[in-house]
Design a protein around this ligand. Structure first.
Ligand SMILES: C[S@@+](CC[C@H](N)C(=O)[O-])C[C@H]1O[C@@H](n2cnc3c(N)ncnc32)[C@H](O)[C@@H]1O
Length: 240
């Protein structure tokens, strides 16, 4: 699959006007609960500096800011998704800034150890090099910092798996294509879910890239997976 930053940025630029509506429609709004759980586990505190990777239209950033008086920075490849995020943010928090920047999560323009918390929701499967992203995410997170990864997965139970794959390969591109006029984009989205590594493989990758897994939770029969991971404490620093 072509996951070059240029192609992914253009794909999300194209579907950005319909993204929120289709997202909630196609997931029957179950994603709202997944996002709330991820943020609860992330335990963002007042004053924390938080990175939202692949921020898209900013749903995670908005929810995070509603839960704590924190500073949030969002990064994404797609200018149009970021524009939608900024508009939503301005309507919700007119006196508060949301710093967004267009850029690649595999080469982020942030100093080492910059963030107390970070998160990536439904973005990691679009990346060309998951290991490279994990190294970069580790670099910018402070020692003892915590990160949440939310991503779709394919259920392990045979009957549910078959039904879900049918939904993914037939219904999702059909409905998404009808509403957005871009069936190809929704075909890509369904393929990227189908081909994404299993939770077991991701857990192995997390260890390989130095993260400590605090929780690895299948959600809603395994159609989504939440990973809560931490960077080790700096030498001499107590764990918390
Ligand atoms: C499915 S959307 C998810 C958006 C948002 N996080 C959410 O929860 O709704 C995926 C987003 O990841 C972004 N993305 C994909 N690969 C990226 C990369 N390498 N660097 C930065 N953003 C990326 C896309 O532009 C898109 O906005």
């Amino acid at each position: 699959m072509d996951k070059s930053p240029k192609r992914i940025g253009e794909l999300f630029d194209d579907i950005s006007p319909n993204y929120d509506l289709l997202n909630h429609l196609l997931s029957l709004s179950i994603d709202v609960g997944w996002r709330e759980l991820a943020l609860k586990e992330l335990a963002i505190g007042d004053g924390d500096v938080v990175l939202d990777v692949a921020t898209g239209t900013g749903d995670m950033a908005l929810k995070a800011r509603s839960s704590a008086d924190c500073i949030i920075i969002g990064i994404d490849l797609s200018r149009n998704m970021l524009k939608a995020a900024s508009e939503k943010w301005k309507a919700r928090f007119p006196d508060d800034g949301f710093m967004v920047l267009q850029g690649n999560a595999l080469q982020m323009p942030f100093a080492d150890n910059s963030f107390d918390r970070s998160m990536v929701a439904f973005g990691i499967r679009n990346m060309t090099d998951i290991g490279g992203f994990l190294d970069e995410a580790y670099r910018v997170l402070r020692p003892n910092g915590r990160m949440a990864i939310l991503e779709f997965s394919v259920p392990p139970y045979p009957v549910i798996r078959q039904a879900y794959l049918l939904y993914l390969t037939r219904a999702l591109p059909f409905i998404g294509g009808l509403r957005s006029g871009n069936r190809g984009a929704y075909h890509y989205l369904s393929e990227s879910i189908r081909r994404f590594p299993s939770p077991g493989s991701i857990e192995e990758l997390l260890v390989k890239h130095r993260f400590r897994t605090v929780r690895s939770l299948p959600l809603t029969l395994g159609i989504c997976h939440l990973y809560i991971i931490e960077k080790d404490a700096a030498e001499g620093e107590p764990k918390r």
